[in-house]
Write a protein that binds this ligand. Structure first.
Ligand SMILES: [Zn+2]
Length: 414
């Protein structure tokens, strides 16, 4: 990959032009001699060289696909693929399906509006490659999607974990029981959460199906998948090189007991030669382990999947509080349909406000139980406020329930 990139890719040729190391014979162990790549420099390259930037190893005429990042901050990055790099993506998704036990007997239902976001396009196109009937379910309301998945006798559903819970609420409200459908596996992408034990349990209960996590990024590719063992999400190390760095010092994160590293995930993809990322800062906070996984796969795995975004982490009295920690606690409370978290820090003290929609007849008791639970687990006493049912936003993709560090309280209370 490097050979082609160093010869033909203007972005990386420029980026590496000042390096004093000989790149031609670079070995894998020398990888950390290369500088990290981050999203900001790719964005400014696209701004300076619109619309596609210069991270293109091939002539423009050879590219056939374009997508863009779905992040909620900044200008989206546009990303091109050649047929070769697109097939590499699909091969990574085939790994996800195979790890989830999906094959020719399956009917994969993909309830996603097929816009410029890459994730579900690749899930969709990889479906036929494992021999499954692949059902497009874009352009429908959520109610229609619930009906369609029964009508088509779907066995697999691919969507965000948030949307899986949303469909479950709609099914409940319309008198449908998803657990009575043929769906036996749900695969989740687009946002983290499906590796969190309580989120997973809640989805599995609502759907009567096995819940499998997957992680990917527009710039990097489909890099992770759940193996079915506990909260483990493996990294596809046949297609990616994974490193974990300290996001402050940018040095490799210290290796703790059990060969464990906590910090920001850095990825190098190996098969997307047309538009690669080399030592790319994903912005994802992870805990990576190389302890053997009981599933037998020899690759590194992440505990709890992606824990959140680096910029969403809040430290309270020495304890790192991630969005995933809050998500996992809230999802253990079955009477809470939807929530939103607002965190404000001031002089080392964090103030956590949780807005919750409750279906129980005694919402105050549910709020109290949640408050105790958060306090017990995070040593942080939240304020829990009940809001009216349906007043919080619902998301098909990239939920924004965690309002990070705000300077003042903006509840959007309904
Ligand atoms: Zn495993």
């Amino acid at each position: 990959m490097l050979e082609c990139v160093l010869r033909d890719n203007p972005f990386y040729k420029q980026k590496y032009s000042d390096l004093l190391i000989p790149l031609a014979g670079l070995a894998l162990r020398d990888l950390d001699a290369l500088p990290l790549t981050d999203k900001a420099e790719l964005a400014s390259d696209q701004e300076a060289n619109p619309p596609y930037g210069t991270n293109l190893t091939r002539p423009l005429v050879e590219y056939t696909r374009v997508h863009q990042t779905s992040g909620t901050t900044g200008t989206p990055l546009r990303w091109l693929d050649t047929p070769e790099s697109w097939q590499w993506w699909l091969d990574c998704w085939v790994e996800v399906y195979e790890a989830a036990g999906v094959g020719p007997d399956d009917r994969i239902f993909i309830p996603f509006s097929f816009g410029p976001f890459i994730g579900f396009w690749t899930a969709f196109e990889a479906g036929p490659q494992v021999g499954a009937i692949t059902i497009p379910a874009g352009g429908l309301t959520s109610e229609q999607r619930v009906e369609k998945l029964f009508e088509y006798d779907a066995t697999v559903v691919v969507c965000t974990p948030t949307y899986a819970l949303r469909l479950a609420q709609i099914a409940r409200d319309t008198g449908r029981d998803l657990a009575a459908s043929s769906v036996r596996v749900t695969i989740h992408a687009g946002e983290p959460g499906a590796s969190l034990p309580n989120v997973k349990a809640r989805i599995e209960e609502a759907w009567g199906a096995r819940c499998v996590d997957h992680a990917g990024a527009t710039e990097a590719g489909a890099w992770g998948y759940g193996c079915g063992h506990a909260d483990h999400m493996h990294i596809n190390e046949s297609a990616f090189i994974a490193e974990v760095i300290d996001p402050e010092s940018l040095e490799p994160a210290p290796v703790g007991p059990g060969d464990r590293q906590e910090g920001e995930l850095v990825l190098t993809n190996l098969g997307r030669i047309g538009s690669p990322v080399i030592r790319y800062r994903t912005g994802d906070l992870v805990e990576m382990s190389r302890e053997p996984c009981p599933c037998g796969r020899p690759t590194a795995w992440l505990r709890g999947g992606v824990l959140g975004r680096i910029d969403q982490m809040v430290t309270v009295r020495g304890i790192n509080v991630y969005p995933s920690a809050i998500e996992n606690i809230v999802r253990a409370h079955g009477a809470i349909d939807e929530y939103e978290a607002h965190v404000r820090t001031e002089r080392e003290m964090a103030d956590l406000l949780l807005l919750v929609e409750v279906t129980d007849s005694d919402p105050a008791a549910v709020a109290k139980a949640l408050e105790e639970d958060v306090h017990g687990r995070l040593q942080l006493r939240p304020r829990v406020e009940i809001v009216s049912s349906g007043s919080l936003p619902r998301y098909e993709l990239k939920s924004q329930r965690f309002r990070g560090i705000t300077d003042d309280r903006t509840t959007g209370k309904g």
